[in-house]
Design a protein around this ligand. Structure first.
Ligand code: RIB
Ligand code: CA
Length: 308
């Protein structure tokens, strides 16, 4: 069993990542922490609560709201790619189960401290503000973290929010610099790999034949993502950004890359938020570059079929 905590900014693709992780029998999700990113902080927290209930879970899986803004820079959001609600403006009933009263940063600290001796996997699919805060407030939590598997950054592919920067890093580059520079073992799913894993109509059909309500909702989320990606960028098939982190946890063999030290550009200017991997076999970050994209979608379908 892989114990995990997921820090996210739902977000359509975060929502699919959560559904995959909640469904995976090999993953025990200890808590969800949310951060401002795709939409404003309170909305990401509400969206995580909505997805928790789509997964059939209750408040025994805590959802904790976190940083409402980045460490230093002005806040940015991405409604163009996620809709005004963050879940593609798909109507859902208001979530019944309450938000935890524990702040996300404190939940990360408490959960990682409790994991010392049986360290957990920290999955990060949004701006890294909460994680940076937690590591700064309590550096000893590193002993409770087996690895960080995160979606963020870009090198070969260039950026998706500026020509150089990927959204999660651009939204809080100072936090990203703190996390990449923490020395923690990191596996990084940047645009260099997620741009090669696309939600094509054939792959969406693969999800639609999975016999779980959660698979149908995940297909709806990805369909909405494709529509928004097309209207925003003219791409028909949305990249599978955040769910790829969960697939990298259950099927690391589907990905290949090189080890690196990752530099983040935090100086103001056109490269603000750019990530620069300095490839080095002793680097703390495994910078993924390739994925078996058919294998990733097969695994996503499998995980979404593990409900019930
Ligand atoms: O650049 C893609 C990332 O930014 C994904 O995590 C998506 O959810 C947005 O947060
Ligand atoms: Ca995200």
């Amino acid at each position: 069993m892989i114990n995990a905590l997921i820090d996210c900014d739902p977000g359509l693709d975060d929502a699919v990542a959560l559904l995959a992780a909640f469904g995976a029998r090999a993953i025990d999700v200890k808590a969800i922490t949310t951060v401002a990113g795709n939409v404003k902080g309170p909305q990401t927290a509400e969206n995580a609560r909505i997805v928790r209930e789509v997964a059939g879970l209750d408040a025994s899986t805590p959802v904790c709201a976190g940083a409402p803004r980045p460490l230093l820079r002005d806040p940015v959001t991405a409604e163009d790619f996620h809709g005004s609600t963050g879940l593609g403006d798909i109507p859902f009933p208001s979530p019944k189960h309450a938000l935890s009263e524990t702040h996300a940063v404190n939940m990360i600290i408490e959960t990682c401290k409790a994991a010392i001796g049986d360290p957990l996997t920290l999955i990060v699919t949004g701006p890294m503000t909460n994680v940076a805060f937690a590591l700064t407030m309590a550096p000893e939590i590193a002993d409770g973290i087996h690895e960080v598997v995160l979606m963020g950054g870009a090198d070969r592919e260039g950026g998706n929010i500026t020509p150089f920067a990927e959204f999660n890093v651009f939204a809080d580059p100072h936090a990203a610099a703190a996390v990449f520079g923490s020395g923690l073992p990191i596996r990084c799913l940047s645009l260099d790999v997620t741009h090669g894993v696309r939600a094509t109509p054939q792959r969406l059909d693969l999800l639609r034949v999975v016999e779980s309500a959660q698979a149908q909702v995940a297909a709806q989320f990805l369909e909405a993502s494709c529509k928004l990606e097309f209207s925003a960028k003219g791409d028909r098939d949305a990249p599978l950004h955040d769910p790829s982190t969960v697939i990298a946890v259950t099927r690391p063999d589907l990905f290949t890359g090189r080890r690196a030290r990752v530099e983040v550009v935090t100086e103001p200017g056109k490269q603000f938020g750019r990530t620069i991997p300095h490839f080095d076999e002793d680097g703390p970050v495994l910078w993924y570059e390739q994925a078996d994209s058919d294998g990733v979608f097969d695994e996503l379908a499998r995980l979404l079929g593990e409900y019930g």
